[in-house]
Design a protein around this ligand. Structure first.
Ligand SMILES: NC(=O)c1ccc[n+]([C@@H]2O[C@H](COP(=O)([O-])OP(=O)(O)OC[C@H]3O[C@@H](n4cnc5c(N)ncnc54)[C@H](O)[C@@H]3O)[C@@H](O)[C@H]2O)c1
Length: 367
């Protein structure tokens, strides 16, 4: 198969859909890989790195789309790319169709085969191509939170680890899922006192078993949240109700109970956020202040650390890419129920019911 790796052109996106390690695997399997010149630069890979393992370097994004049977990338195609996507071409990337009718219509019109990373789903309901980005965002939440707790950033002026003779900072983590556990781990590593809240007792038991004793668990309810927001310096929002908007666990009136300079990092912002005052921000302007509480609500946190995020993402996407290239999309999806769940739009038809429901379109059922 001929596989194309375009350079991401979405604002502030420096990740790339394939590393030289991936190209090497594909070439060893007899495939041809076209990489757009400069595609890997933001993640630390030069054109030469790709060439050394057998990639063909192409000058323009147009050439990559025209000459490839399968496009592997990171973010959804943006408007400039809509007309480049070809009939029958496989496009394997994050799409998040339900959030854009324009993109959905463009991909229907293209008659391409759109396989979305975010809906590839294992039999236990986990989303293997989303997990690594949650891991990155959870760890980053503490890094960012620690920075915004500094006084020049309008935070409380608290050092999370404390120092001898001075108690450490206090971190409240809402949700003990992937984001929550990674955040708790980082905060605990810095020496902070960590409180984790969840409604899933299995998760709380697990946290209790594996975390050090300065990470404590409590059941998540309004009473406990109101109690803890008064005394914690950094609050991380990592809750998720699958397929739904995040519950508003912190309402606007609660901000007045927090001490001035408290920092909220609402990682769940991409699902609407678990704080009523959350609104999506960008890496250019990541934070804003409401009632003296600093809010950091960047919707694509992993984009700020492309060296790490590209490797974390491509580690998990490559096996699927290899399967698609070796078998073709129909046989690969027939043989792998997880990958089949990734099919969103095929030859002008929506085949994923949540997308058709979002836009009142009819969905074809795949058998
Ligand atoms: N901003 C970003 O850049 C970024 C990056 C990655 C992930 N995310 C988002 O972070 C969020 C969390 O992702 P995840 O992978 O950790 O999800 P997850 O499913 O692993 O964990 C979510 C946890 O929230 C818990 N929960 C549900 N309702 C709760 C409540 N009322 N109180 C406390 N806990 C509750 C669940 O029991 C679960 O343990 C998602 O919205 C995800 O899309 C954002």
């Amino acid at each position: 198969m001929i596989i194309g790796i375009p350079k991401e052109i979405k604002n502030n996106e420096s990740r790339v859909g394939m590393t030289p390690a991936g190209v090497m695997e594909l070439v060893h399997n007899g495939h041809t890989v076209h990489v757009q010149s400069g595609a890997g630069a933001g993640s630390g890979f030069s054109d030469d790195d790709y060439k050394k393992v057998g990639a063909h370097i192409l000058d323009t994004i147009g050439q990559v789309y025209t000459l490839s049977e399968m496009i592997v990338k990171v973010k959804e195609p943006i408007r400039e790319e809509y007309d480049m996507v070809q009939k029958g071409q496989v496009v394997f990337t994050y799409f998040h169709f339900a959030s854009s009718q324009r993109l959905t219509q463009a991909m229907i019109d293209s008659r391409a085969v759109c396989i979305a990373y975010e809906t590839v789903e294992d039999s236990d309901g986990t989303l293997p191509l989303l997990t690594p980005m949650s891991e990155v965002a959870g760890r980053m939440a503490i890094q960012q939170g620690a920075k915004y707790l500094e006084k020049p950033k309008k935070g409380r002026g608290v050092l999370l680890g404390g120092v001898p003779g001075v108690p450490p900072g206090r971190v409240l983590v809402l949700g003990a899922g992937t984001v929550g556990i990674q955040a708790a781990k980082m905060a605990a590593g810095l020496g902070a006192h960590v409180t984790m809240l969840d409604i899933n007792m299995k998760r709380l038991r697990y946290v209790n078993d594996v975390m050090p004793s300065h990470v404590v668990t409590e059941y998540s309810n309004e009473y406990n949240i109101r109690k803890h927001i008064r005394t914690h310096d950094l609050i991380v929002g990592g809750v998720l109700l699958k397929g739904a908007r995040a519950p508003k666990l912190i309402t606007r009136d609660m901000l007045r109970c927090m001490r001035p300079g408290t920092v909220i990092v609402d990682v769940a912002v991409d699902q609407g956020g678990c704080v009523e005052t959350t609104r999506p921000t960008t890496h250019e302007n990541p934070e804003y202040i409401v009632d003296d509480v600093v809010h950091y609500c960047v919707a694509n946190m992993p984009g700020a650390v492309p060296y790490t995020s590209t490797l974390a993402l491509t580690n998990v996407t490559l096996p699927y890419v290899l399967n698609l290239a070796n078998k073709g999309w129909e046989a690969a999806c027939a043989a792998d129920a997880s990958l089949k769940k990734g099919l969103n739009i095929v030859d002008g038809q929506v085949v994923y019911s949540e997308i058709s429901e979002a836009f009142d379109l009819s969905a074809r059922v795949l058998v």
